[in-house]
Design a protein around this ligand. Structure first.
Ligand code: 3HC
Ligand code: NAI
Length: 691
């Protein structure tokens, strides 16, 4: 074995040279990897090897360019230099793939003459998720292998495909049982049979499907999902270049668009966000080696909107769930919703019909809480009522085995009060899922005063197992996300009293990049949640709306009116009159409110609240707040999240406006958070701030 750089070595096995990359954790293409690869292939040829296998140690094949190097001056050979040496190598080069061949990693593999992979390997170009496009020829080579339509979908979604699918599309030449011996056998056959040195760049036959109509319909198909993002469209343009230009000109176009994205604000925000999400999973005062509990069976109490969705997350991960309800009808209803969701996924093709049954078979329905006796974690998802939750946690305490984690899905209540009714407050934690719980990625993990490190570490790790992005938060009303949402809602309501319309407020947020504004969201959720006719006193717009029979989308009348068939919404003049009259009755004079004011009041109020949350230690870092808002509330990731966005505007400007709105309104949520004031004065960033 020859060591070439700190992360690459070459080993010989008969006629075949193995260039071995070992750059933990994900074998990213740091400069020493690029140098080692280049030297390794050259050395193999110089030493008279008859074939080269590029293979990785550790958990994965190369998972991409080293994102930490982005923005620094280039060092060592470029990716393109390495690719040229591989592609033009006079002996067969075979990429042997396990784990994930992503981004630059897949682009390296596309320059090998052949690719072999184990069955569990995955292949993808996820650059779009970083606001980028594959910048090392991936946009020109992938469509030449898998075809234009498949390349477009892989590049604009960033989603990887599995080895079997990759083999069907010609991306993998052989799926092998054991990576090293399978690759060796493949290489030996390539040599003895004199297989050609196949260069993807020379293959053009699959480009023929790239008609203008295909591009047009593809663009229409992704328009809604990719609204506001630059990178998906640029990825499409690169594939168009692959179809319409020569390979070399296509590469030049790819380079040009790549550089534009790389130096632009969206990718900077999305790259920041990539690391923010990973930082969120680390808890400063809980050591990484804290022992974790094994969670092999979960109990869920309540099979309503949230309980059913929560259960699905565990079933999807192969973890059995016992779900308990208070009455048969509610249990049946809950189970039917779960089954219907799975059947819909099967119909769409995202899971198989057999998966539906496998998952349903992992679910044990019951009406008896004693069935929680053997679960490792129980998650309560009943009505938002403190007395009820206290009664139930006292019961859990009596029923559940020692060390069982007792979790509540409360969206705002005090976890410490809930914990206080048990004899084991160290086992109590909040797991705040977002609706629909089987879809939304965010999990706010709420740490009580006495929650143990083990319970925190276990819950954070479990979140990853069930494919959630977890953020650890402290106890306060509404935790991080809802507490900021409450402030935004106050401002939205106040502004419509002052003369903005619900449609204007919603439009401003939609144009900013949110999927919908607060009034459309209220209509969707139902205006009558928590409202009772008997106690309604016409003292808010919402009460007036409910009193006049406006319940939201469900009865076709809310802040908007909804078409019974298409569900299309139109602003309703009756609502505007209702609001105007109520404002008058409150002595509020209506005026024109500018879009800029709407935007600032909705979002700067949240920034101020976010800073207060940070200062109180409810969030552990500024970036955690961004992770909450991007994953839980649809804040557009290409602006990074509220804290990052505030930094990009300039905290001094934000502070000036917050002070202005405080002077105008005197409302307590506009009182400048001291942390924000301090950061603005010192020129530090909110995204990096800690309590
Ligand atoms: N560069 C630098 N560091 C990376 C990295 C990369 N490409 N990918 C992952 N890491 C780091 C993470 O920051 C994390 O570090 P930490 O432990 O200090 O927090 C560590 O590797 C492990 O990452 P995860 O926690 O995400 O581990 P998982 O096992 O859950 O996931 C993964 C592994 C699927 C590889 C995931 O990390 C991932 O999706 N990585 C990004 C892949 C990517 O985007 N590649 C394209 C890069 S851009 C590119 O290649 C440009 C080219 O076209 C020119
Ligand atoms: P839901 O009303 O849809 O479901 C509650 C379920 O609990 C019902 O099926 C009910 O029959 C059952 N239940 C009530 N008392 C019970 C008992 N003693 N034993 C067994 N089952 C019982 O309510 P939803 O929306 O699912 O909310 C549940 C919890 O999740 C609440 O604490 C809520 O604040 C929280 N939450 C709700 C979100 C949402 O968007 N709906 C989002 C995040 C959290």
């Amino acid at each position: 074995m020859t060591t070439l750089t700190e992360s690459v070595s070459v080993e010989r096995d008969g006629d075949v040279a193995f260039v071995v990359i070992d750059n933990p954790p994900v074998n990213a293409l740091s400069f020493h990897v690029r140098q080692g690869l280049l030297d390794g292939v050259n050395q193999a040829v110089g030493d008279g090897a008859k074939a080269v296998v590029v293979i990785c140690e550790g958990r994965t094949f190369i998972a991409g360019a080293d994102i930490t190097e982005f923005g620094s001056p280039p060092k060592g050979p470029s990716l393109q230099d390495v690719q040229a040496v591989m592609e033009d190598c006079p002996i067969p080069v075979i990429a042997a793939i396990h784990g994930t061949a992503l981004g630059g990693g897949l682009e390296i593999a596309l320059c090998a003459h052949y690719r072999v992979a184990v069955d569990s390997a995955k292949f993808g170009l996820p650059e779009v998720k970083l606001g980028l496009l594959p910048g090392a020829g991936g946009t020109q080579r992938l469509p030449r292998v898998v075809g234009v339509a498949k390349a477009l979908s892989m590049m604009t979604s960033g989603q990887p495909i599995g080895a079997q699918e990759a083999a069907e599309y010609g991306l993998v030449d052989e799926v092998v049982d054991t990576l090293r011996s399978g690759a060796l056998s493949f290489a030996d056959r390539a040599v003895s049979n004199g297989w050609p040195l196949s260069r993807i760049r020379d293959r053009n036959e699959k480009l023929a499907e790239g008609t203008p109509e295909l591009f047009e319909s593809f663009r229409a198909g992704i328009a809604r999902k990719t609204r506001g993002f630059l990178a998906p469209e640029y990825n499409v343009q690169c594939v168009e270049a692959a179809v319409n230009l020569s390979f070399e000109d296509g590469l030049a176009r790819e380079r040009e668009l790549f550089m534009e994205l790389m130096t632009g604000p969206q990718s900077a925000a999305q790259r920041y966000y990539f690391f923010a999400e990973r930082a969120a999973n680390k808890v400063a005062d809980v050591p990484r080696d804290t022992p974790k509990l094994s969670i092999e069976r979960v109990g869920v109490l309540g099979a309503g909107t949230m309980g059913g969705g929560i259960a699905m997350n565990f079933l999807n991960a192969g973890i059995p769930v016992t779900i308990v309800e208070r009455e048969q009808a509610a249990l049946d209803r809950g189970l039917a919703v779960i089954r219907k969701n799975y059947e819909r996924s099967a119909k769409r093709g995202s899971i198989s019909a057999a998966d539906v049954e496998t998952r349903m078979n992992l679910l044990t329905p019951s009406l008896d809480k004693n069935d929680f006796a053997d679960v490792d974690m129980v998650i309560e998802a009943v009505f938002e009522d403190m007395d009820l939750k206290k009664t139930l946690f006292a019961e859990f305490d009596a029923i559940c085995k020692p060390n069982c984690i007792l979790a509540s899905n409360t969206s705002a209540l005090d976890i410490n009060v809930i914990a206080s009714v048990t004899s084991r407050p160290q086992s109590v934690i909040g797991t705040h899922f977002f609706s629909p719980a089987n879809v939304m990625k965010l999990l706010e993990v709420v740490r009580g005063d006495e929650t143990s490190d083990t319970v925190i570490a276990t819950t954070m790790a479990l979140a990853k197992t069930i494919n959630k992005v977890a953020v650890l938060v402290g106890v306060c009303h509404g935790f991080v996300g809802n507490r900021m949402l409450f402030v935004r809602r106050l401002e939205a309501n106040q502004m419509v009293l002052e003369g903005a319309t619900p449609a204007q407020v919603d439009r401003v947020l939609y144009d900013f990049g949110f999927p919908m504004g607060p009034f459309a969201m209220s209509d969707l959720a139902g205006l009558d949640i928590g409202w009772k006719a008997e106690t309604s006193t016409s003292s808010s717009i919402r009460e007036l709306m409910c009193e006049s029979g406006r319940r939201g989308q469900k009865n076709g009348r809310g802040y908007y009116t909804y078409d019974a068939e298409t569900r299309a919404s139109t602003p309703d003049p009756e609502v505007e009159t209702l609001i105007r009259e109520f404002a008058q009755s409150q002595g509020i004079e209506q005026r024109e409110v500018s879009d800029q004011e709407v935007l600032e009041r909705l979002l700067y109020s949240m920034i101020n609240e976010g800073a207060a949350i940070l200062q109180e230690g409810i969030a552990a870092r500024g970036s955690d707040i961004d992770v909450v808002w991007v994953n839980g509330y649809g804040w557009p990731v290409y602006t990074g999240g509220p804290m990052y966005w505030a930094d990009s505007i300039g905290l001094d400007k934000v502070v000036e406006q917050i002070n202005h709105y405080y002077q105008n309104s005197g409302a307590s949520h506009w009182k400048l958070a001291p942390l924000l004031s301090r950061l603005a004065a010192s020129g530090e960033k909110l995204q990096n701030a800690v309590p």
